[in-house]
Design a protein around this ligand. Structure first.
Ligand SMILES: Cc1ncc(COP(=O)(O)O)c(C=O)c1O
Length: 393
């Protein structure tokens, strides 16, 4: 049986061939950036080689440095916090909302100090973060907002698109995401200065880079001259490979259908879960849509007497596909747990975010990335049987 990804087909092959035939000159990166900016209605899009490098580059463009505090949720992929640490900054963890699982703006407000420089709201599992109060907090405290939309493509919040509301937004093209280039990522912003800084940072501090991909390169006599000053500062090379960009051009053309498919599958699960009083799905506020990167729900273990492990075992017995638990809260990961920032008066230890600590061990994330709707319906039937079976105990 083929192990190929169902979302990759002839269009991707054609674009990759076109990139090779045209000598890998960067035109696919330019096209991807232009098409992505148009699709999201923003001025600038800058392609990079992962969502993690996108976060790192944006924080560098925001001039986050040693000792600066950046507020992040603890329930997210570790990159959100790690990117702050790459620059010597200190991630400060704000608690989550028990219903949406996204960061709680009241907790953000409580964590602000004179060292706070930025906030990274994450649109978790495909649901846009609650951006209005976050932007209000940022404006009153003169903070940058970087939207981590690695898992949320085309999510809507009060009529606006997730990723376009903060000063900058990032997306991941890793293979599980709504669209993929194998690995990759992209940054969007309307701010020319941030765009230019982020592009320079993501490619070795190159002096000639500007905010827009199409902005004129200096003539060859200048860049080929032995006296040419090429690097303005020390930074990584996060360039998106041209073959990946070619895939991205093709994937973007199908993005609406990829997102619609996941929403349709999320709604199939929702029909099953809505009448169960011991499973609570991620709540989508009326002003938002959930793009269902995964279908997330919490198990009310106390009410049901069912453990996370029991639920998974029965679901698999009933024909359900294996699914992931939520990542450990970032501050509980061995990489940073116990770490202390004396000058910031911060230590990573249990108790920092009680709501997230209560919910994380009980979260179930069902897969929505299926080509075949009938297969998704079979999964929903397995879920229904699991609920019926466990109800009897
Ligand atoms: C919320 C979140 N942020 C950032 C990332 C990092 O993206 P990448 O894997 O492309 O580096 C991910 C990846 O899963 C993610 O889920």
């Amino acid at each position: 049986m083929s192990k190929g990804l169902w979302r990759i087909g002839q269009k991707e092959m054609d674009c990759i061939k076109e990139a090779i035939d045209s000598g890998l000159t960067g035109t696919m990166n330019q096209r991807l950036e232009a098409d992505f900016a148009t699709k999201f209605g923003v001025e600038f899009a800058i392609g990079v080689n992962s969502g993690t490098s996108a976060l790192h580059s944006c924080l560098a463009a925001m001039e986050i440095g040693p000792g600066d505090e950046v507020i992040v949720p603890p329930l997210t992929f570790a990159s959100t916090a790690f990117a702050v640490m790459y620059l010597g900054g200190v991630p400060v963890f704000a608690d989550i909302d028990p219903n949406t699982f996204n960061v709680d703006h009241k907790s953000i407000e409580e964590k602000i100090t004179s060292r706070t420089k930025a906030i990274i709201p994450v649109s978790l599992y495909g649901l846009p973060a609650d951006m209005d109060p976050i932007m209000d907090i940022a404006t009153s405290n003169d903070l940058f907002v970087l939207e981590d939309c690695a898992q949320c493509f085309l999510g809507k919040y009060k009529g606006r698109t997730a990723g376009t509301i903060g000063h900058m937004g990032i997306f991941s093209f890793e293979r599980s995401k709504h669209m993929t280039t194998g690995n990759g990522g992209i940054i969007i912003t309307d701010d020319r200065e941030l765009a230019e800084r982020v592009r320079k940072f993501s490619i070795l501090g190159y002096s000639t880079l500007k905010a827009g991909a199409y902005e004129t390169k200096p003539p060859k006599e200048i860049i080929q001259n032995p006296e040419f000053d090429r690097h303005l500062f020390v930074s990584p090379n996060y360039r998106l490979p041209e073959l990946c960009a070619a895939m991205g051009v093709a994937q973007l053309e199908n993005l609406d259908s990829f997102v619609d498919r996941r929403i349709q599958i999320g709604q199939i699960y929702e029909e099953v879960v809505k009448d169960c009083d011991w499973l609570e799905s991620q709540k989508t506020p009326p002003h938002s849509n959930n793009t269902y990167f995964t279908y997330a729900m919490k198990l009310e273990c106390n009410k049901s007497g069912i453990s996370w492990q029991d639920f998974r075992r029965v679901y698999l017995e009933e024909g359900g596909d294996p699914y992931y638990a939520a990542w450990k809260l970032t501050y509980n990961e061995p990489a940073i747990s116990g770490m202390e920032f004396v000058e910031n008066n911060i230590k990573y230890k249990k108790g920092l975010c009680p709501v997230a600590e209560d919910i994380q061990p009980r979260l179930i994330q069902l897969k929505t990335n299926y080509e075949n709707i009938d297969h998704a319906k079979d999964q929903a039937s397995a879920l229904e049987r699991t609920i019926m079976k466990l109800k009897r105990f």
